[in-house]
Design a binder for this molecule. Structure first.
Ligand SMILES: [Zn+2]
Length: 120
């Protein structure tokens, strides 16, 4: 198993997610006050707009939370490449299938253990 070839995939994905998080921060800088003001100042349809805005923000936060989790997993995977344990199942110690690692290079479980974990 050549773990080195996954290093690029992991660092690429890492910068992609970091850019996405940064984008989310720019998009939703937490301007709740402005929005409230707009709402009070407003015309007929403002309540609906405000509700939609809140929903958008919640979705963004969920995405961001998830992205930060993936970032942690990517960092852990890079550390495993350094340590020489990359691609080994954390649970049973067998090698993780390469096609699985190509889809999710940060995977820590082989497909069998992953299925077990999801069943529980
Ligand atoms: Zn396993």
């Amino acid at each position: 198993m050549n773990a080195e070839r996954f290093r690029t995939a992991l660092t690429d994905e890492r910068s992609r997610i970091e850019a996405a998080i940064e984008y989310l921060h720019r998009e939703t800088p937490g301007s709740l006050e402005d929005e409230t003001e707009e709402m009070l100042g407003g015309s007929d349809n403002h309540l609906g707009d405000a509700a939609a805005g809140t929903l958008d923000r919640e979705i963004d936060y969920t995405l961001e939370g998830h992205s930060e989790q993936v970032l942690e997993q990517i960092d852990a995977a890079l550390a495993r490449i350094e340590a020489g344990t990359f691609g080994t199942c954390r649970n049973c110690g067998k090698p993780i299938a390469e096609e699985r690692l190509e889809a999710r290079p940060w995977a820590t479980l082989c497909i069998d253990c992953q299925r077990d974990a999801e069943r529980r």
